[in-house]
Design a protein around this ligand. Structure first.
Ligand code: CP3
Length: 350
């Protein structure tokens, strides 16, 4: 164990950088959202999800809401991974019961209509939200910025909506590799600039969400998930060599090891399917891990939930660990369950 007394850095930041500290820090993916009545209230006032996300005052408030109830060690910027395609000029709407709907970008013509020219103007409300937050963060709480990884963002851009198997995007990657590579390159460049701007405005750590990386075979995973994230991280580190970056290649399984080595992420988020004993022996020696409670168990509650929380804490306590879920909180989650889990983690000692 490293000496923890001398550091003035926040617990989350120290832990991401590899310190095995006095307590396990925690936050939850989608911690701001529909399971909170106070979120629903502001969401109704704002009108649509995008009106909420692009309103700095509302987005700041929504980001801070979960901290007031549960004392997390981090807040995550309230926005969405799809603001990047939107900022590049793609049409985007969030439809009730349907999720995101975009006008598909799946050939040379639709790709060439996109541009990074007005991107930062479009994203200025997001940067303003980060500036607001950096002044309002409770002491000791770190602000996490984020973006989607190129592959996952591309699956929505090409498909025009979410899908179970990302088939249309996988087909495009096989059938029109040249155009698809250009789309991925555009996303590498725009996402790199976007994340650097987030740090400029006050983000203290970054997470890159690759929610759909599990749908690719090993070779394609290298080309479309590992290499783009590797380039984004190289670009960020030229400007900010020390900012911790969490990678979340969901569904990567055993490919996670190579992902860490190649991308040089500071930490990885592990999904619910991963065995914590395998993670302890294979992944924790490489970097800090974040995860991996099943969000459905958080929604169900009871003794099974408590046991699972202790199981994760006990298995990962000897290495770098940030407690989190294996994916986002679902809207049906009772707030009492989130409180219960938060209290267990806050009282747990290694
Ligand atoms: O609290 C937080 O975690 C920060 C905010 C955040 C949102 N989306 C807000 C949101 C973050 C980090 C995301 C990431 C995101 N968005 C991902 C990657 C992580 C993952 O969940 O896999 C993806 C794939 C998206 C795209 C997206 N956004 C979808 C598919 C949907 C519809 C599904 C749903 O839950 O409604 C969204 C909408 C969305 N993004 C909501 C929120 C709070 C719900 C919008 C609402 O209020 O109706």
């Amino acid at each position: 164990m490293k000496n923890v007394t001398a550091s003035s850095e926040k617990l989350l930041i120290r832990t991401l950088k590899g310190e095995v500290a006095e307590r396990v820090p925690f936050w939850f993916m989608r911690q701001a959202g529909r399971y909170l009545p106070e979120y629903m209230k502001l969401r109704a006032e704002a009108g649509s999800f995008l009106d909420l996300a692009y309103n700095p005052e509302f987005a700041t408030e929504v980001t801070l809401q979960p901290l007031r109830r549960f004392n997390m060690d981090a807040a995550i910027l309230f926005s969405d991974i799809l603001v990047i395609p939107h900022a590049l000029g793609q049409e985007l709407a969030f439809k009730a019961g349907e999720g995101p709907v975009l006008t598909p970008v799946n050939d040379v013509r639709t790709l060439e209509a996109l541009s990074m020219e007005g991107m930062h103007d479009h994203l200025s409300p997001v940067y303003q939200t980060i500036t607001n937050l950096s002044k309002k963060m409770p002491s000791g709480v770190a602000l996490i910025g984020f973006a989607g990884a190129p592959w996952t963002v591309a699956t929505y851009m090409v498909g025009g909506r979410g899908s179970k198997d990302q088939a249309s995007t996988r087909l495009m990657a096989y059938q029109d590799r040249e155009t698809f590579s250009k789309l991925i390159n555009l996303l590498i460049n725009s996402t790199s600039e976007y994340l650097i701007k987030q740090v400029d405005h006050g983000a203290e750590a970054l997470q890159i969400f690759d929610s759909w990386s599990g749908s690719l075979p090993a070779g394609e995973f290298i080309t479309w998930c590992v290499e783009p994230v590797q380039k984004i991280i190289e670009n960020i580190r030229k400007v900010y060599p020390d900012v911790p970056i969490i990678g979340f290649p969901k569904g990567a399984g055993a490919k996670l090891k190579n992902y860490i080595k190649k991308t040089k992420v500071t930490a990885v988020s592990i999904d619910t399917s991963m065995s914590t004993s395998w993670v302890r022996s294979t992944i924790q020696p490489l970097c800090t891990v974040q995860g991996n409670l099943d969000p459905l168990l958080l929604a169900s509650g009871g003794i099974a939930l408590e046991n699972a929380v202790y199981h994760i804490l006990d298995h990962l306590k000897d290495g770098g660990h940030v407690f989190n879920l294996g994916h986002g909180i679902i809207p049906q989650t009772p707030t009492e369950n989130v409180k219960l889990v938060s209290d267990i983690i806050l009282n747990y000692r290694r």
